[in-house]
Ligand binder design. Structure first.
Ligand code: UDP
Length: 582
């Protein structure tokens, strides 16, 4: 059913050439020869129509055309975009629309290899998978059926990794995994260092699952128990501070492992009766029960500010409209989604988790003249996310009146309140591709660099400048190629001569923002987010291990659900390089 038709010709979209190139390469439907069979406008029509069809499941007479039009407008205006698998697969035969999955890994050969097979199916469709390996018996324990010796979680992670490597060529995008091991698993020390050789286990992000007991032992400088998950027996003890230091050492050296606070994920577990949350998706923002999947979507904040005589301010009315349409959209995604496994179908429909978040937050601050690393910036973050969470929940409650609460509502933390359609509503995704399509800063991260060199052909390079900065400098009458070159060389505006202090104060990049402000910003968003927040705390190359340890402690005390750090230059394949004019 094509409800949004191509009428007045192709819509002129505010999409950049760069964004079009990304969409053409990876997102448009193609024929067998690899030629696109749709346009960018056609992609958005396909997605809008397919997702609007969900309305018919509740009302055969629903005005699907009007809904499709609202979804189409919201996407083509770049006010909101759903996660990549929805853009790629909606209205097409694969029909798999979620970005995030968690699969269980139980302690048997059959279960382990089932998980590998299921992950391959998910990767093929553009989804990412998270696993907890904490249930696997430790290395060296006996295998009852053969009398042999178990090889332990890390050796199996390598098998998962190789499988991902092998299927990645055939899929729509690189398969991504999260691997988690509890801090009280006997193989924890091997896990902490398993990616120190950066050529190993490259298809995984890894995180240590931290417990409250462990954190208490760290502050008391005490020992804590290691437990064999297969027998429940205590196999030994470790000094908590030594383990904490080992995590810090590895993270300082390579950026991994990250940490996640398991008790905190479970404090917000919306349906505790279904078991414990043991893992998140690959980038850490979406804690899920085994076999749950979640579809994400992000509001582009740059499109939700408006210019007044007093400068740029939040457009609350528009934000509220977008939040409501986005929640409707994401709930429909659950309806029309084609799940890769029957278990995932059942679990996802029974909790109906969605993850609405934001992108372009840092760009929005630039327009508003508010520094990212300021009390005002942190307060704005909290205010915006509070609005999204509150209105998002209201809309989910409104949907529940029409469509019913999620099936496990009676077992949920919401059961004494009004029915709600979705067990979780908000998540802050990294928006790696979405932010390129929308042409804004990613997720809630500060701008990484304001000017950088792009190599075009042999020995030719272009300076790419952040448009908001460029406009500002032009307005101030100080824009020049020479000035941009200095910003590229220094990697930041902070020490470039000739730029007014007021501009320097607002146009801060990731490295100008001290780690503490990074964490405070993450915590501000987390406070009003059902799920978690994707955020990397950037450190300069010169940072010490003590500084990394301080950030971990701060993340813990400020209520974050986890932390990922990255020290500049600590991994070889760094995506963006600042300060290098080749
Ligand atoms: N993801 C993935 N492979 C990728 C990028 C992302 O599996 O190459 C999954 C993963 O679960 C991640 C989630 O998609 O946590 C959201 O990532 P992001 O927001 O960057 O995706 P986008 O929708 O922008 O492509």
């Amino acid at each position: 059913l094509v409800s949004v038709k191509k009428k007045e010709g192709e819509k002129r979209m505010p999409i950049s050439e760069n964004a079009k190139a990304v969409l053409e390469r990876r997102y448009l439907a193609k024929d067998e020869a690899g030629n696109p069979t749709e346009t960018v406008d056609g992609l958005f029509r396909r997605v809008a129509n397919a997702i609007a069809e969900g309305d018919r499941h509740f009302d055969p007479k629903a005005d699907v055309v009007a809904t499709a039009r609202a979804f189409y407008d919201m996407m083509t205006n770049l006010d909101f975009l759903p996660n990549s698998p929805t853009l790629m697969n909606a209205g097409r035969p694969l029909g798999q629309l979620s970005a995030c999955f968690v699969l269980p890994v139980a302690d048997s050969m059959e279960d382990i290899f089932d998980a590998i097979k299921n992950a391959a199916l998910i990767h093929k469709s553009g989804g990412g998978t998270g696993f907890s390996f904490s249930r696997l018996r430790p290395k060296g324990s006996t295998v009852n059926s053969t009398g042999g010796v178990a090889s332990g979680p890390i050796s199996f992670m390598k098998v998962f990794n190789s499988a991902t490597e092998a299927v990645k060529q055939g899929g729509t995008r690189r398969g991504a995994n999260m691997g988690i091991l509890r801090v009280d698993h006997p193989d924890i020390m091997e896990f902490i260092t398993c990616k120190n050789d950066t050529a190993e286990i490259t298809n995984f992000n890894i995180s240590v699952g931290i417990t409250e007991t462990f954190m208490e032992a760290v502050s008391a400088n005490g020992m804590y128990d290691l437990v064999d998950p297969a027998t429940g027996r205590v196999t030994g003890q470790l000094n908590a501070r030594e383990v904490f230091d080992a995590i810090v050492q590895s993270a300082w050296q390579t950026g991994e492992p990250g940490i996640i606070f398991l008790d905190r994920l479970n404090r917000d577990n919306a349906v505790p009766g279904q078991g414990e949350i043991e893992s998140t998706n690959p980038c850490g923002e979406q804690p899920l029960l085994p076999y749950e999947s979640c579809n994400l979507g992000s509001i582009n904040l740059v499109n939700h500010i408006t210019r007044t005589v007093a400068g740029w301010v939040l457009d609350r009315a528009k934000l509220e409209r977008t939040i409501r349409t986005a929640v409707h959209f994401l709930d429909n995604v659950i309806e029309v989604n084609q799940y890769p496994l029957p278990e995932i179908d059942r679990m996802t429909r029974s909790t109906r988790k969605i993850g609405l978040g934001v992108m372009g937050f840092a760009d929005m601050l630039l327009y508003m003249g508010v520094p990212y690393n300021s009390e005002e910036g942190v307060a704005l973050a909290a205010e915006i996310m509070d609005t999204i969470n509150t209105i998002g929940h209201q809309e989910s409650q409104r949907l529940a009146e029409e469509r019913g609460a999620f099936p496990l509502f009676d077992q949920s933390i919401y059961r004494d309140g009004p029915p709600i359609r979705n067990a979780t509503v908000t998540t802050i995704a990294p928006t790696g591709t979405l932010s390129i399509i929308a042409g804004v800063s990613s997720g809630v991260e500060p701008v990484f660099a304001y000017a950088y060199i792009r190599n075009v052909m042999d020995n030719t390079h272009l300076i790419e400048t952040n448009q908001i900065l460029k406009d500002k400098l032009v307005e101030a009458g100080i824009y020049s190629e020479e000035l941009m070159r200095k910003i590229v060389e220094q990697g930041s505006l902070a020490h470039v001569e000739g730029i007014p202090e007021e501009i320097k104060r607002v146009f801060v990049c990731a490295h100008d923002v001290s780690p503490i402000w990074h964490v405070r910003m993450q915590a501000a968003f987390q406070q009003y987010t059902d799920n978690a927040v994707s955020k990397t705390v950037n450190f300069p190359n010169s940072a010490t291990k003590a500084e990394v340890a301080e950030v971990y402690r701060l993340a813990y005390t400020l209520g974050c659900k986890g932390t990922t750090i990255y020290r500049d230059g600590s991994r070889n394949e760094q995506v963006l390089n600042i300060g290098k004019v080749n």
